[in-house]
Design a protein around this ligand. Structure first.
Ligand SMILES: Cc1cc2nc3c(=O)[nH]c(=O)nc-3n(C[C@H](O)[C@H](O)[C@H](O)COP(=O)(O)OP(=O)(O)OC[C@H]3O[C@@H](n4cnc5c(N)ncnc54)[C@H](O)[C@@H]3O)c2cc1C
Length: 401
């Protein structure tokens, strides 16, 4: 009989185990994977963007925007930075307050495993979960390949659906179903876009090119006043479509059928520049002027898609210059969809937070059952926000189990 069983030895599960263990609870963590914290190891290009200096509830998507507030304020980015400091892990800040390890993401996993060991936590890997049953309030039985385990508190920390190859499963949603807890429909988030075939072929030649852009998406707002969301970060052309931080960020908001608009010159008023240059250097070719602002191949490709010929500037009238400016400031690529869970960093949607206590992560209608991390209907922006949610929700449950 264990005090606490946590299913999932990922970011949130390990944090919860450490906190519960420190409180003297007898904790068992079960995971079907060979290694703990696999997503942490591969995160941030191997350097783990473990938190962000500027964490705010507004950086999260959740049907109830207030849900994240309590946990994020009780265990914040500075608490995690202190923990990282205690283990002498050096880190650096990148754009927008993103914090990364100087050396390796493996240090974060080792830090969590060391903390778990010191707190007396037992971690059982390669343990397939068959089913679980509620025997009574605060009494669960978990049936696994390695036998049956019983506990007072059961914490589900099995994450979302992204990267099925890494062992992601819908176990959390299945457990929620068992207790009639609603699950908000899920879809891939922080994910590259694919383009419709015609554009895909034409733009594939730009694969590898990257530069800053602003992505804007109109939000479906239940028929209410129109709302838009924008991000300005690097755009990357790939052989399948569009990626880079700006696309990953907007992918959390974009839904099939939505219009995506890209401003490829966010720091420039192209119309003004075209008019001025037409007056001062009328013989200059359009392409020559644009090549001072953007990679040549991008210009050629977009002008050809829009069937605009590059001529000396004096040959365009004002309306045509306006159209050229529009093309670069308001380019609307033909999005086909996303690359899906195969490459997505996160899962949007998940267990409805209405029936979860925002203070403890315990189900309001099942005493002793907790859900934490990405399994919940909470998704952060790109930039360390998802790990901060995993740490904060794991910490909150760890104080209560
Ligand atoms: C490539 C990539 C890069 C990322 N980079 C960043 C980043 O730099 N910064 C950031 O903030 N976020 C990043 N994320 C997102 C972040 O990894 C997740 O949001 C976070 O790991 C979620 O924590 P979690 O504990 O909920 O789930 P996870 O960390 O995914 O842990 C879930 C655990 O449950 C186990 N599990 C699943 N199903 C079962 C089952 N049926 N039985 C037993 N065990 C099971 C898994 O093996 C896993 O160990 C990245 C994600 C990916 C995919």
């Amino acid at each position: 009989m264990w005090d606490v069983i946590i299913i999932g030895a990922g970011a949130s599960g390990l944090m919860c185990a450490i906190e519960a263990g420190k409180r003297g609870r007898k904790v068992l963590v079960l995971d079907h994977a060979k290694r703990a914290g696999q997503k942490i190891i591969m995160s941030g290009g191997g350097r783990c963007n473990f938190t962000n200096l500027y964490v705010e509830p507004a950086n999260y998507l959740c049907d109830n925007p207030h849900f994240v507030k309590s946990a994020l304020s009780r265990y914040n980015q500075w608490d995690f930075i202190t923990l990282v400091g205690k283990h002498n892990i050096s880190w650096h800040e990148r754009d927008h307050g993103q914090l990364f390890c100087d050396d390796s993401a493996k240090q974060i996993v080792q830090m969590l495993l060391d903390e778990a060991r010191d707190a007396g936590v037992k971690i059982q890997l390669q343990c397939e979960i068959f089913s679980h049953t509620k025997i009574a309030d605060q009494h669960f039985s978990v049936q696994t390949k390695l036998g049956d385990f019983q506990c007072q508190s059961l914490v589900v920390a099995t994450g979302g659906l992204s990267l099925p190859k890494m062992g992601a499963t819908p176990l959390a949603y299945k457990i929620a179903d068992q207790y009639l807890l609603p699950v908000k429909s899920t879809r891939a988030g922080l994910v590259p876009f694919t383009l419709q075939q015609n554009q895909k072929e034409k733009l594939a030649t730009l694969s590898g090119i990257s530069f800053p852009a602003t992505a804007t998406c109109q939000l479906k707002n239940g028929g209410k006043k129109e709302k838009t969301i924008s991000f300005t970060e690097a755009l990357l052309f790939t052989h399948r479509g569009l990626s880079g931080p700006v696309i990953l960020q907007i992918s959390n908001y974009w839904q099939a059928g939505d219009k995506l608009v890209l401003d490829l010159l966010p720091n420039q008023d192209l119309f003004e520049l075209l008019i001025k240059t037409q007056q001062n250097r009328p013989e200059q070719a359009l392409k020559t002027l644009l090549a001072l602002q953007l990679p040549k191949r991008v210009i050629e490709c977009l002008l050809s898609l829009a069937e605009i010929e590059s001529l000396p500037l004096k040959q365009y009238n004002e309306k045509q210059l306006q159209q050229i400016a529009e093309l670069f400031h308001n380019w609307s690529p033909q999005i086909n969809g996303t690359e899906g869970y195969r490459t997505a960093e996160v899962t949007l949607g998940g267990i409805d937070t209405d029936l979860i206590s925002s203070k403890t992560m315990q189900c309001k209608n099942v005493a002793g059952l907790y859900f934490i991390g990405e399994s919940l209907d909470v998704t952060g922006w790109l930039g360390g926000f998802n790990f901060q949610w995993a740490w904060a929700s794991g910490w909150a449950a760890g104080q209560d189990v």
